[in-house]
Design a protein around this ligand. Sequence first.
Ligand code: HSE
Length: 409
Amino acid sequence: MAKIAIMGYGTVGAGVFKTLTMNREAIARRTGEEIEIKYVLDLREFPGDPAEEVLTHEFTDILNDPEVSVVVETMGGLKPAYMFTKELLAAGKNVCTSNKELVAEHGVELREVAREHSVNYLFEASCGGGIPIIRVLNTSLTAEEIEEVTGILNGTTNYILTSMADEGKEFATALKEAQEKGYAELHPEADVEGWDACRKIAILSSLGYGRHISYKDVPTEGITHVDKTDIEYAKALGCRIKLLATSRRDDNGTWALVAPMMIGRENPLTAVDGVMNAVMVKGNAVGTTMYYGSGAGSLPTASAVVGDIIDCVKHRRTTIRTDYSAEPLMLIPVDEVTRPFFVRMRGDEGAARAAFGEISSVTRLPGKEDEFGFLTAMMPEKEFKALLAGTDQVISWYRRGKNEEAEEA
Ligand code: HSE
């Protein structure tokens, strides 16, 4: 019998409790022993809830209990989750978390503390909710040199962009719905400004390329400026606007970016709608692979946490090896990256050519006589931004995301 504790009985913590109860037999069969929840730590009371019987308000009850071998951290935020996690690992307890903020900020140190004490700090639920992407990078794709990781990694923003595109909803209405469904972060800026996706791509890219990428180095743009007319242009061009979190490595170096991009049908991420997430990983031997699933929500995220608990129970007193060095990986500026850009501007095509040179896919929307949209030629981002600075007629612009495999085919 393995005894565990859950710290934080919110959306994910309650999902972990429910999953362990609902799938008790299957989990025991796969783990080789039963898993018992000995404590739930939360400041609140939960009268009538099954967690009531094991509820504690004292962290030290968990820390000082030698029977507890695995602790789930679903509190979120840095304080007090960071200190609690460090103390638990130092006390020889495994910790499984969904807390991407903590993993991105202190993951390197916490993994080292875990290693020193022959336990594990596992964070499958921190990226892509229920999608088992961390395990894929740590286990299944270990034969590869990873060349690219690109994903839709935030359920809330994908839900909002899908509602705006398919149902014509306003940004604020769609955000409220996502919050009501339990997808959004406590402070919606973390989702809509792209910070949540930024932390996730930093974690996945670090695992993919084997060296630490700080989320602070990843240029990040959110979706607050995306308007309904931009989405109409995207549709007219057979595209979608998606918040992509991406990183690539080639002979020139590695770059990463989080930004709303215009992607076409050649890119399978266009089909990822609503709260769903997906991650494409490209390896030099396997080519492009893709992983899809619920990126947020109680039970999908809990499923990933419970998978980690089971791994910890199966690997008692053993730190599972991962290729993730603390050595920082310096990113090259996104300004060097070459691609076409979508531009929406006022005036006529002559002015667009004068400002941006060769243009294509010129698109006009009914009722919008004084503006139009087009694609530029491929150019480095710094060149595009220099051209952009030379005109005051641009209303909005997007990077046109490309799927190289589709282009090569
Ligand atoms: N707020 C996050 C999202 C939750 O919407 O994807 C899962 O990390």
